[in-house]
Structure formats: C-alpha cells, structure tokens
Write a protein of this length. Structure first.
Length: 114
C-alpha cells in the first residue's frame, strides 16, 4: 500500500462538498425538523383516514345518517378527507417557507462563499 505523504490522515478531508454539507450540524438540523414535521403529519393523516375507513366499515348506520337533504355523514367525512389533504399541504408550505427554506438558504450561502 502506497501512502501519499501530502494527504491528511483525517478521513473528513477526503469528503466531497456534498458529503461535507450532509454531515454539517446545520444540515442535520434541517433534516431533523423536516423529518419531525413529515412523520407527524403522516401519522395524523393516516389516523384520520384509518378512522374514516373503520367508521365507514363498521358503523354503516351512523354513516348513513342524513345531515342535509340527501347528503349524509359519509359524504361530509369523505369530503373532509379531501379538505384535510389541502389543509396539510398548506401547513407544509407555510412550515417550509418559514423554517426549512431560510435554513437551506443559509447553508447554501455558507458553502457558496467558501
């Protein structure tokens, strides 16, 4: 094995810029924030959707209860599924614009000015 005398013994010196960014504390914090939001939103939506499926499967009488004219509980809960999708999307966009994008821009500026 030939060892180059000019190379450092530190394995971090041989990382690409992308790997350095990925290992930086700032980037890890952005990933942590994003992961927390995504897992929380997914857990909420899957619980809400699973509840809808269970109620529609095991409580047909309740779901068939008329609310307004011929529109029943099932219709409004089903509509709520679509509405909640758009609400979660809006919350994500707001979260990303306030928390993720500024942090990513800061990381990008730091590494572009190196």
């Amino acid at each position: 094995m030939i060892i180059d005398a000019e190379k450092s013994e530190n394995p971090l010196d041989s990382l690409s810029p992308y790997e350095e960014i990925e290992r930086s504390p700032e980037f890890r914090e952005v990933r942590r924030r994003l992961r927390i939001f995504i897992f929380s939103a997914t857990a909420f939506f899957m619980t809400w959707y699973g509840g809808y499926v269970l109620v529609s499967t095991f409580s047909r009488g309740f779901m068939a209860t008329p609310v307004v004219g011929n529109l029943n509980v099932a219709f409004f809960l089903g509509l709520g599924q679509f509405v909640s999708t758009f609400v979660i999307t809006g919350i994500y966009v707001t979260f990303a614009n306030r928390k993720i994008t500024p942090a990513v821009d800061s990381i990008r500026a730091k590494w572009e000015n190196r």
